[in-house]
Design a protein around this ligand. Structure first.
Ligand SMILES: [Zn+2]
Length: 234
């Protein structure tokens, strides 16, 4: 009884916020979006077809995957762009945590039969992380790992060259260079051996970053790779 009252008081003081707008509160038992945002959110259908979808197509011929899924479609000016902006640049960590929870639940509820054993987020350069305070892919990845019962590490993969130092290069040079910007620690190599690894990224555009991380992981002895991201640009 007391627990229930405390719960109600806490909900009044800290109401659950809609992660689409972070402006409207929603009843505690009602999903993650307010009715206004829910009507606009472009969910993908990837979790019911984890081997045949736009995310798989983006990686086709570049990185062999067990499955690849995105939760939302991202396009210029849509609600997902606004959401990801609030998350990444206004430090609304809550959005990323909730996205991770939804992705994790959908992996468990969907048609995916081979559940990854280790979740590795796309790394952020240490200097950038220090300034920003968090790696957005790690926020999402940690919650996915909890939901699917996998282990999680944001130390195994390391970004050794900051992306900003590559802006003077053309697209081809950047793609080629990307392959050499990530590294894996000795503990990481030991841990991923013969394991099914889930790579997590916040937003996937060309897929070049995921491809570079995936190839590195496979080259270092993982059994197979899957990919999950919150938003896929299209
Ligand atoms: Zn909303």
């Amino acid at each position: 009884m007391i627990k229930k009252i405390l719960h109600q008081i806490s909900n009044t003081i800290f109401p659950k916020m809609c992660i689409g707008c972070m402006e409207r509160s929603i009843p505690n038992d009602q999903g993650h979006f307010c009715v206004y945002c829910l009507s606009e959110i472009p969910f993908t259908d990837h979790f019911s077809s984890p081997n045949q979808n736009l995310m798989c197509e983006r990686l086709y011929g570049r990185l062999p995957v067990n499955f690849a899924v995105a939760l939302l479609y991202f396009s210029e000016g849509n609600i997902v762009q606004n959401m990801m902006h609030l998350f990444k640049y206004k430090s609304e960590i809550y959005i990323g945590q909730q996205l991770g929870d939804i992705i994790g639940s959908r992996i468990m509820e969907g048609t995916i039969t081979s559940i990854p054993e280790i979740v590795l987020p796309v790394p952020m350069h240490a200097q950038k992380k220090l300034v920003k305070g968090f790696n957005q892919s790690a926020i999402i990845g940690q919650r996915i790992a909890e939901k699917i019962g996998a282990s999680f590490s944001d130390d195994f993969l390391v970004k050794i060259i900051p992306t900003s130092s590559q802006t003077s290069k053309n697209k081809m040079e950047r793609m080629d260079n990307l392959r050499h910007t990530f590294s894996i620690t000795p503990e990481g190599i030991e841990a991923i051996k013969d394991k099914h690894i889930l790579i997590v990224d916040d937003t996937v555009t060309t897929g070049a970053t995921v491809e570079a991380c995936g190839k590195l992981i496979l080259k270092n002895g993982a059994k197979e790779i899957s990919v999950a991201c919150a938003a896929l640009a299209y």
